[in-house]
Ligand binder design. Sequence first.
Ligand SMILES: Nc1ncnc2c1ncn2[C@@H]1O[C@H](COP(=O)(O)OP(=O)(O)OP(=O)(O)O)[C@@H](O)[C@H]1O
Ligand SMILES: [Mg+2]
Length: 447
Amino acid sequence: MALTHPSLLKRLTPKGMFWRSLLILLIPLVLLQGVVAYIFFERHWDTVSRRLALGLTGDIIYVMRTMQKYPEDEFREWTLRAAHREMQINAVFEPGAKLPDVAPELSSSNTDRMLHHALSERLIIPFHIDSRRDDKNISIRIGLQEGVLDILTPRKRMFSTTIYIFVLWMVGTALVVTAIAIFFLRNQIQPIRRLAAAAEAFGKGRSDVEFKPAGASEIRQAAAAFIDMRGRIARHIDQRTEMLAGVSHDLRTPLTRIKLQLAMLRETMPEAGAEISDLESDIADMEKMIDEYLAFSRGQGAEAPEPVDLSALIGEVVDGARRNGAALTLDAGEALTLPLRPNAIKRCLTNLVDNAVRYGENIDVTARRTGESVEVIVEDDGPGIPPESIDDVFKPFYRLDDSRNPNYAGAGLGLAIARDVARGHGGDIVLETAGSGGLRAVLRLPV
Ligand SMILES: Nc1ncnc2c1ncn2[C@@H]1O[C@H](COP(=O)(O)OP(=O)(O)OP(=O)(O)O)[C@@H](O)[C@H]1O
Ligand SMILES: [Mg+2]
């Protein structure tokens, strides 16, 4: 059957916890009410209708028999009056009349059918039930030998109001239960939503979101665990950046001393000039690395996220690269404002653009919004990175074949830092091969 097909069942099941819980509650309720209603209609309602029909039939036959036993006019009048008074049976005798051969069609109403059934069990003479004659009354015409007995009796005699009361109670309680369930479920789901929102905000690098555990004990437990974890991660990041800053800073002093000593050595030992130049260039590289560490730790540590126009930031980075003589095109359409740590993101973008400029000739930078995130694409026409090395180039100090660009000795930190920044904002960097064979770096940030 189509309904048992898993994908259809999955599609029909609501995704949210609110609707799922509501269904878990309401489906048994509706089923239970359905079963109860079925039993009530089948058993109780049927029995009640039959009893009522039998009662009415008994009354009618009693009036008929009395009338036949005492056929004198005055007795008959008395019998009919008594029937009216005591049994709500309004009977008129039409002497000499005959029942038409064709009976009026019986309505589909259950009560009329029951009555017809009960009367046919007890009467051998012809009778007609006309449901359409009157809304409030049932009309029964009995063909006696002497004439026709025309009976009108209120429909109420055949009708039990319990059915309406029953349905009213059933629907009423179902509505009340649903309303209560919706009210309580909303309150139960709210803390889960808040926990999810706090976790999401933290993933995007906002650890300052105010959040208190609330709701059922399991949810409180999860919330408390989340808050603990958030604190631990924040402390861990702080510690790491502080250490990085400390080490970088402390390394500068001995490096400066070495530089000074090398300068003095050049004077005292002019014959070692070439070796000293090599040492000086190594020291320059080290200083560059240290600057990078410092800049990175500053960006990551102290900075708080604030709404920043990413397009403007990209513009600054691209302008900077152009000033150094690179050929870049920029396509950053509308303003893309989102919460960011501006210095860190600038560093991330600079690292991507620097790489592109270093390895390629023509660079295209594009920024655009795609659904729930923003994408910045830096594409160059250089040699690209072979797919098997893509995971490696993100590792700190990892550099591809130095012979590619012998004039430059980078630290191999650029991409590691760039990805760190992206992930710190809840995003990531993906490297792909561009159409030109160069590298396409995609920085994706959640909005
Ligand atoms: N646009 C690119 N085209 C080709 N290869 C690239 C490109 N960008 C990075 N790479 C390769 O990935 C390696 C790692 O890049 P990463 O930016 O991390 O370090 P780096 O540029 O060598 O040094 P740093 O950025 O720290 O000065 C580079 O050495 C280079 O081999
Ligand atoms: Mg680099």
